[in-house]
Design a protein around this ligand. Structure first.
Ligand SMILES: NC(=O)c1ccc[n+]([C@@H]2O[C@H](COP(=O)([O-])OP(=O)(O)OC[C@H]3O[C@@H](n4cnc5c(N)ncnc54)[C@H](OP(=O)(O)O)[C@@H]3O)[C@@H](O)[C@H]2O)c1
Length: 297
């Protein structure tokens, strides 16, 4: 069977990693590579040991699969530019797969290409592509959510499964909430750690000591979450129903910072739901804690 030719528009961190992985597994032949800066295209061509530099979208040749891996905001305009380019040629979009890798957007961003006959999809690998050299080593085991037209999802399922992804189908209508959840679960960990570091500093602990306190604690909590899930992993004053401890925390934070106070209370409400599911505490204690977290200072 002839392997498909793939063109890439936007060969940045994610784009060059995926193309390299697909090519290393002999799943694709790398075709044309286009970025606004040829330097970026050449860097990807070198990284992948394959592909041809295209200095303009107008010069791109036909391919079986197109990956648009630019920043999200550019995807729709690139779809329009591709239609414009190929409207001047006898080439057809029928049986061609076009996909992007945005976590937020669904394949509907490529609707204009679908109207011309292409099979469209969005495939979002849940991986941080900070360093392509590292990502090609660590990619295996990455979950990839996928939605779109059957022809596209079938071909992409094959490619992503072969490079080590588990595929999870997703509804187009759920992508914004899905993406917000992934931000909450990953990027907001950084925000959470920063808030805790600030509070430790306000408590008079030097920055290096604060890091030493928090890093192993957070790492161990993540390990517990992985092993036990959120209900069983929750320990601490909310799980024990220690109302006096929580009252002292809220008083101490109120003296310092209203942003940390609202964060502590809002996350406390979620932790309280976990404590309720643990079913160790009586209703009166749970209700007293709920009142603590609902009060305005
Ligand atoms: N990075 C991640 O961890 C990650 C994870 C999952 C999904 N994603 C998704 O992957 C996609 C790419 O993200 P990324 O992090 O790889 O971005 P990136 O590293 O910033 O790379 C974007 C590439 O697109 C090119 N580009 C920008 N605007 C363009 C345009 N108008 N026409 C042609 N090329 C253009 C850039 O080169 P020029 O400036 O030279 O044009 C650059 O090479 C996004 O949809 C993102 O949501 C990323």
């Amino acid at each position: 069977m002839q392997i498909p030719r793939i063109n890439i528009i936007g060969s940045g961190k994610l784009g060059r990693t995926l193309i390299r992985l697909f090519a290393d597994h002999q799943l694709v032949e790398i075709g044309d590579v286009f970025n606004r800066s040829p330097v970026h295209s050449l860097a990807a061509i070198e990284f992948c040991s394959g592909g041809q530099l295209c200095e303009s979208i107008d010069n791109m040749n036909a391919a079986d699969i197109w990956l648009i891996a630019t920043p999200d905001d550019a995807i729709a305009e690139i779809a329009e530019a591709l239609i414009e380019t190929f409207s001047k040629t006898p080439l057809s979009w029928t049986d061609t797969v076009v996909f992007h890798a945005s976590g937020l957007h669904s394949s509907t961003l490529l609707e204009a290409l679908k109207n011309k006959g292409a099979a469209i999809a969005s495939a979002h690998p849940v991986h941080s592509f900070a360093n392509p050299e590292q990502s090609i080593i660590s990619y295996r085991g990455t979950t990839c959510t996928l939605e779109g037209d059957p022809l596209a999802t079938e071909q992409l399922s094959h490619l992503f499964t072969e490079i080590g992804s588990t595929i999870i189908p997703i509804q187009a209508s759920g992508k914004a909430l899905y993406h917000a959840a992934t931000v909450l679960g990953s990027n907001y960990l950084a925000a959470l750690q920063q808030s805790a570091l600030d509070m430790l500093e306000q408590a008079g602990i030097a920055a290096p000591d604060a890091k030493q306190i928090l890093q192993p604690l957070m790492a161990q909590s993540l390990q517990n979450l992985q092993n036990l899930g959120p209900v069983e992993a929750l320990t601490g004053p909310i799980a024990r129903g220690d109302i006096q401890t929580l009252t002292a925390h809220l008083d101490a934070i109120t003296d310092q910072d209203s942003q940390h106070l609202s964060l502590y209370k809002e996350l406390g409400k979620v932790a309280l739901q976990l404590a309720r599911q643990q079913a160790h505490l009586d209703d009166a204690r749970l209700a007293a804690m709920a009142r603590l977290f609902s009060t305005t200072p």
